[in-house]
Structures are given as structure tokens and as C-alpha cells.
Design a protein around this ligand. Sequence first.
Ligand code: NAD
Length: 340
Amino acid sequence: MNAAPMNTSHHSPSPIRVGVLGFGGLGQAAAKVLAGKREMILVAVADQKGYAYSAEGLNTDGCIATYQSQGSVGYLEPVGTLSNQSIQDLIASTQGVEGYFLALPNLPNDFIPTVAKEFIKAGWRGVLVDAIKRTSAVEQLLAMKEELQAAGITYMTGCGATPGLLTAAAALAAQSYAEIHKVEITFGVGIANWEAYRATVREDIGHMPGYTVEAARAMTDAEVEALLDKTNGVLTLENMEHADDVMLEVAGICDRDRVTVGGVVDTRNPKKPLSTNVKITGRTFEGKISTHTFTLGDETSMAANVCGPAFGYLKAGQQLHQRDIYGIFTAAEIMPQFVR
Ligand code: NAD
């Protein structure tokens, strides 16, 4: 048989050179995740005020210490550069970054699609991964399929926890059924303080009754704190506009109106207020109605459940890219690859 060998090698020749855009809560966690990997190496980081690049690999602790003490990795000597258009400058001035995880706020709701357009405009080729949340944001990206294909970019969208890990679990669980009746995602998030994940908390506020993405984006930190004071730090979210629905629909699993997402976020306690789970209800070929439940361990943090899958999908995207398969894929249609 002359088929190309499967990628089962235990000693891949050189690690995938990865960049992380956005260096807040998730970006810093992503850098820590990469520090423990052999198959990927962190070579580029960007935040709102600067970027850092090193072909040999960035020092994770150095990046985090500089960001936390000075507000930008651009201050990191000698590899940092200050810039008000850090993403454009990073793409323009560096070669050889094979994949980026976009750990950026999606504020406004078309921000990440705009960043994808920057990559296209710059003529960059490689793998992009996001952990974007809103249905309308994923729809904007899906509409860019042909542009991404023509540009030689393999874009993996919705590859965090939800959407992401839980959507993929639903896609897997669906295999037992002839018809899917309901996919119900319920997440519990516990974080010690909201400042560690400002964008995540703001975007969650945007889902609350009476709020919009724009309203949440315009809130000052003091206004966010005042709101959290009223709820004892807890946000309860129901019937969220979450892209798990469009992803499962595009994957041909069920109509989007059968998918619901809600959750509870405690911004003052790292302990999860409830166990994150997805319940997939359907009818088997014998006519039995049943529910599969996939529950995440309570000890696993939001950061672990977002960054792990994001890099798993980056690795899967890299394998597609190497086979000249470009365009856009969601977490519901591709199996993530475990990164060693
Ligand atoms: P954060 O507020 O902690 O950090 C955002 C970072 O982005 C900061 O470093 C900031 O400097 C940088 N940034 C902002 N604008 C920039 C720009 N124009 N250029 C370069 N850098 C810029 O954010 P976070 O809480 O870590 O969240 C990041 C994203 O992850 C959010 O969009 C959130 O919705 C998403 N998220 C997804 C999931 C999931 O399961 N899918 C879970 C949690 C968070």
C-alpha cells in the first residue's frame, strides 16, 4: 500500500512554532500550557500595547512577569517591541510562526474576524485557532471560508471549552443516536477575581437581560465592579447566544434551535459553582430515548478546558495545513489531536 503514513511518529522532527495573540487570563494560561509541551514552542506573543518574538522560543515566566509589572510584553528585553498595532506589526516583522491561538477579546463582535482579515491581507499562511463564543461571530468567520481557502489559511473556530470541548463531546455522543433531540450545555466557572479575565466577564455580561455586547464593552471597570457587587460576584446566564448551536448545525448533527447554553460564573471564588456538563438527548435506531452526559472534573479550570483544546485543534489544523487543506473548520467537525 502506498498511502502516506499516518502521523503517529513519537519524535516529530521540529516543534510547531506557535504565537499567542492576547496576553490576558487565557493568553498567559496558554503560554503556561505550552511550557510543558515538546511538540509546540511559543515564539510570539502580542497584547494591546506591544509584542515579543524570539525564534528560539520565549521565556514564559519572563513574558508573564513583564506583562504583569509593566502592562505589556513589549517591554521584555531584548525581544519586545512596543506598538499600538501590535498584531499587524508582529505579522509583518516575523516569519516562521506556523500557528496562532487568538486569545483576544471579541469586542466589538467583529474584532476577531477583522484580525483574520489582517492575516489574509499580510499574505501569511498557516493555522489560526480561536475560542470565540457568539453565534453571530462564528457566522462572520464561516462566511470568510473562500477568502481563507484562497489565502492558504486553515482556520479552526470555536475551539475553547464552550464552544469547543463540549461541542465536540456532543458531536461524539450524537453517534449513538438516529436523531438528536436536545443538546444542553451548562457551565460552571469559578475565578478568584474578575480582573484576571476582564474580556470573558464583559462578554458574559453582554448576555445578561438588558445588556448587549456594545453596552458591556463600554462599561468601565468601576461599572463592572458595581454590577458584580449587586450579585455578590455571581453571573447567572440563560439561553445564551453561543456558537455551539451553529457549529452542531453546520456539522449536520441537529438544528440550532435544539441547542441551549447557560451557566453560572462566580467571579470571587475559584471553586466552580456547578459542574460543567453537556447532555445529549436523542432516539436510537431501536426507538429508545436516552441522554448521554459528559461532565468535566470540578478541579479543571476554565483555562485548562479552553487552552488544552485550543492547542489540540491547532495541532489538528497543522496536519490539515500540511496536506494543503485550507478554509475554516469548527470544533464539531474535526477531532483535536493531543499535544505532547
Ligand atoms: P483578557 O481581558 O484577560 O485579556 C485580553 C488580552 O487581549 C489582553 O492582554 C489585551 O492586552 C489583549 N488585547 C486587547 N486588544 C488587543 C489588540 N487590539 N491587539 C492585541 N492585543 C489586544 O481576556 P480573557 O478573559 O483571557 O478572554 C479572551 C477571550 O477568550 C475572550 O474573547 C473570551 O470570550 C474567550 N473565552 C472563550 C472561552 C470558551 O470556552 N470558548 C472561555 C473563556 C474565554
